[in-house]
Design a protein around this ligand. Structure first.
Ligand code: HEC
Length: 124
């Protein structure tokens, strides 16, 4: 009986240590992904928000799904506009070339920052 308890006890210790090791680097993966405004997270937001309906992002292997030339937007590479202006434009708070964007972006400020970071990272 004592032996069984010892085995259970050491198994518990191993489990606790393993769970600490596992949880450490990814302590809060969701916050890390959404809070950083990172380009990787931004690609996912871009796809989730169906920006790829109208836009190619040729450097990221994204091809616009629409067949309509009238609907299609530009390939989002080498965008010179600064981050703040892109974000305001995507929220339809400002215009570019005298026009508002076709679609108002949804999501948190962090998600919008991520998409903008993703777009700004596309250069060729
Ligand atoms: C219904 C089609 C459509 C969808 C969906 C769409 N866009 Fe656009 N987008 C356009 C068009 C068309 C333009 C070109 C400007 C115009 O005519 O309004 C544009 C312009 C842009 C520009 C400016 C490009 C430049 O040359 O400066 C950015 C950045 C952009 N879109 C990002 C996005 C993001 C991010 C999403 C997803 C949240 C998105 N778009 C969804 C059609 C779309």
């Amino acid at each position: 009986m004592k032996r069984v308890l010892t085995i259970i006890g050491s198994a518990a210790v191993v489990l606790v240590v393993l769970s600490l090791v596992w949880s450490f680097p990814t302590a809060n993966p969701v916050a890390a992904r959404e809070g950083s405004g990172s380009a990787d997270a931004g690609k996912q937001v871009f796809l989730d928000q169906k920006c790829d309906l109208c836009h190619d992002v040729s450097t990221a292997g994204i091809t616009a799904k629409t067949k309509s030339a009238a609907m299609k937007g530009p390939d989002l590479v080498n965008i010179a506009t600064d981050e703040a202006a892109i974000a305001a434009y995507l929220k339809q708070e400002s215009e570019m070339n005298g026009k508002k964007h076709k679609k108002a972006i949804k999501g948190s400020d962090d998600e919008i920052a991520s998409v903008v970071a993703f777009i700004k990272a596309q250069t060729k």
